[in-house]
Design a binder for this molecule. Sequence first.
Ligand SMILES: Nc1ncnc2c1ncn2[C@@H]1O[C@H](COP(=O)(O)OP(=O)(O)O)[C@@H](O)[C@H]1O
Ligand SMILES: [Mg+2]
Length: 420
Amino acid sequence: MVNVLVVGSGGREHALSWKLSQSSKVDTVFTAPGNGGTQNNVSINVDDLDGLADFAQKNNCFTVVGPEDPLAAGIVDKFNKLNLPIFGPSQKAAQLESSKIWAKNFMKRNEIPTARFEIFDDAQKAQEYVKSLDYNVVVKADGLAAGKGVIVCDSNDEALAAIQTILVKKTFGDAGNRIIIEERIDGVEASYIALSDGDVAIPMASSQDHKRIFDNDEGPNTGGMGAYSPTPIIDDDLAKIIQEQIIEKTILAMKNEGILFKGFLYAGIMIRDGKPYVLEYNVRMGDPECQPITMRMDFDLYDYFAASVDGRLSSLPPASWKSQFAVCVVLASKGYPESYSKNDEISGFDSIPKGSFVFHAGTKKSDGKIFSNGGRVLGVTALGDTLRSAIANAYSATQKITWSQKYYRRDIGKKGLSYL
Ligand SMILES: Nc1ncnc2c1ncn2[C@@H]1O[C@H](COP(=O)(O)OP(=O)(O)O)[C@@H](O)[C@H]1O
Ligand SMILES: [Mg+2]
C-alpha cells in the first residue's frame, strides 16, 4: 500500500483525490493544501517545493500534481532527484504550457496543426504587422498568466490595444515580455486529454468547458463555469484524428527532441471545417473538466499514474469508461470573476442524490461546517445515460446546495445537445 499526496486545492484536486482514494493499492490520500472537501489536508502551499518533498519523503507518498505552476517551477525534477515517485511532466516538458512561444515553435517545426503566427517583443513592429493583415488575430502573452493573458480581437484597433496592454503596460508582468500574434480561428472549441508515459498516450476523454461567466458564453472569462464529458463535438472519427495527428505526434516529437512527456497532455482544440487546430497545450488536467472526466473513469487511476511514471503504460489494458455522460456545474460566489464575498456558510450537502457528487474548490471547513473561500466554490457533478439526463441530474443536485451568494450558469452542456 502506498500513500498519495495530491498537490493543489481546486475541484480538480478534490476529484483526483476522491478517485485515488478508491484504489485498493492506496492507503491514505493527503492533499496539500486542499480545501473544505478534501480529506487529510496538509497545510503546505503548492509553491513550497521543499516542504512538499519533505512531507512526501516522511510519509512514503506517491505525489500527484494538479496545477501548472509547480510543474513549471520544476517540482517533478526536484522529486526525481530525491528518488521520490511523482506523476507529472518535467520542467522542460512543461514548457508546452509554460511558454506559449515555445509551444508554437514546437508545433511549427513538427507540423502539428495550429493557427499561423508571428512572435514579437517590440510593440511598434507588432503593430505594423497587425496593420498588414487582412484577418482577425488573437494576441497572447508568452508566459503563465492565470488564464488571463490571451486577448481575442474583433478588429485591428482591439489588436493594437492588446499589444499595448501586454507589451507596453506589462499587465501580465514578465509573462508578457514577448507576445504571439496568431490568426483567429472561428470554429467550435473542445478539449482532448490523454495520459502519457513518454512513449504511448492513452486517450482519457473528450470534454467541453464553459469559460465565460454568463449564459450563452457572454461576459468575461473565468477559470471555467462548468464542463461535460464526452462531447459529441468530437465524434469517433475526429477523436482518432486528434489522437494520431496531435497527441501521438506531440509525444513522439517531444521524445525525438529528447524530452519525455509524462503526465496529462491536454490539447485545447478549435475545430473549423471539420479540421482540428491546437490553440494551446496544458500539461495537466483541466479544471473543471477533470471533475466530469474523473466521474466516468472505470479503472484504477493510481495504476495508470504509476505506469506513467515507470514508463509501462503499454502493458496496461485500455482505460475503460462508464458509457454515461457526466456534467459538472460550477457554483460560484456572486460577483466572481471580479470581487465577491467569502466566509458564507453553505448547506445542503446531505441531500445530494446518488449518482451525483459535489467536488469542493473554494471552500473551507470549520467546526464541521462548510464556508465559501473563493470565487469558484463547488463543482456539482452528475452522471446520466444521455447528455440531457446528465444535465438534468446535475441541475437537480445543484438545487440542493444553498447559500446566499450562490451563482451558476443555467446552460452547461447545452452546446453539446445541438450536436446530438
Ligand atoms: N487562434 C485562436 N482563434 C480563436 N480563439 C482563440 C485562439 N486562441 C485562443 N483562443 C480563445 O482564447 C481562449 C484562451 O486561449 P488559450 O490559448 O487557451 O490560453 P489560456 O487558456 O492560457 O488563457 C481559448 O479558450 C479560445 O477560446
Ligand atoms: Mg486555455
